[in-house]
Design a protein around this ligand. Structure first.
Ligand code: FAD
Ligand code: EPU
Length: 279
């Protein structure tokens, strides 16, 4: 196990966040030690806004056995393929590519989501083509010192959220995928890719706000004329209204000013999770 003090900006896709104690766990014993004091679990940091002062709790990252795993060997035929257990620290984009190469269908809707498997489960990551809940077979969780294997139905997975008990750490996951031709998998992937074309490639944490029922937060922010609004080095993207980007060296305080402005004007629900205290 490695314990180090680092800026969380190095571990978040928005590149924002102050000094914190990072515990990289590699085994069940590490998990037990790391969870013996207050902690938070970090995935790929792609849905987080972290305070410039960092967080006082331990920040647990999954390494070792929890960052390994692959989809496994696929047999021919049309029956569902149950993957081996895959570490929750594995990155989703790697699995999506592996599925394409293996000729396995089910992960295509998740193309382009820069999540870890554990973070994707916690947030029920998805697109309008589908969400991770659709392809989960079983989820292993470490909670209160014990490992539990849960049926996905027990996780309360809903639009961009779940009802995992506070403190529960997703450690491993099994997927249920369908053997398919590479061509079919690639076709659906290119459709999902096309739906992401309007999203900025700059540093961000994805969509900042949830879509209100029947509408799109990006459209509402656009209509309100907020695109291009800046606070320090943070900016509401010109490309997509629901993305706040870090144009270089933005602070959490900058980003938060934009979030508050949008919330006060449009009353949208935040999709991001906030870590630590923001002004
Ligand atoms: P983090 O951001 O690190 O953490 C998010 C939450 O999950 C925190 O509460 C954290 O404690 C918890 N968590 C992380 N790992 C674990 C674990 N192992 N066990 C328990 N809890 C855990 N999201 C979508 O749904 N659809 C999209 O199309 C999409 N597009 C995006 C595009 C870009 C460019 C970016 C930057 C983000 C996008 N997102 C999208 C948002 C983000 O990728 C998802 O919310 C994702 O699920 C977050 O996963 P993560 O591993 O980065 O989690
Ligand atoms: N729109 C505008 N102006 C903008 C942005 C969008 O008018 O600046 C309009 C679009 O023209 C479209 C509608 O709003 O009519 C919806 O936009 P888009 O197709 O870009 O999809 P979205 O609803 O904004 C959702 C998810 C994304 C996911 C895409 C693709 C949410 C909050 N967002 O975006 O997820 O990648 O669909 O399926 O559910 C995320 O959750 O972080 C995320 C990026």
């Amino acid at each position: 196990m490695k314990v180090e003090r680092r800026n969380l900006a190095e571990f978040t896709t928005l590149a924002v966040g102050g000094p914190s104690e990072i515990w990289t766990v590699e085994s069940p014993e590490d998990l037990e030690r790391a969870t013996s004091a207050p902690y938070r679990v970090l995935g790929n940091g792609s849905n987080l806004l972290v305070s410039d002062r960092g967080v006082p709790e331990r920040v647990i990252r999954l390494g070792g056995v929890y960052a390994r795993g692959s989809l496994g060997r696929v047999r021919d035929g049309n029956e569902a393929h149950l993957t081996p257990w895959i570490g929750a620290g594995v990155l989703l984009p790697a699995l999506v590519q592996e599925a394409l190469q293996a000729g396995l269908s089910g992960l295509e809707p998740l193309l382009g989501i820069p999540a870890s498997v554990g973070g994707a489960v916690r947030m029920n990551a998805g697109t309008r083509y589908g969400e991770i809940a659709d392809v989960l077979e079983a989820v292993e969780v470490f909670h209160a010192g014990l490992f539990h294997v849960l049926d996905p139905a027990e996780l309360g997975l809903e639009y961009r959220t779940s009802h995992l008990p506070p403190g529960a750490i997703v450690t491993r996951v099994r997927f249920r995928l369908i053997p398919a031709s590479k061509k079919d998998v690639a076709t659906l992937m290119s459709r999902v890719d096309a739906a992401r074309k309007g999203q900025p490639k700059r540093k961000s944490a994805g969509c900042a706000f949830k879509n209100p029922p029947g509408d799109a937060a990006g459209r509402l922010i656009d209509e309100a004329g907020f695109k291009g609004l800046r606070a320090g080095s943070a900016m509401i993207s010109h490309e997509h209204g629901n993305f706040i980007i870090n144009t270089g060296g933005a602070s959490a305080k900058d980003v938060w000013k934009l979030v508050k402005h949008v919330q006060e004007e449009l009353n949208l629900e935040l999709e991001w999770e906030i870590w630590g205290e923001l002004p």
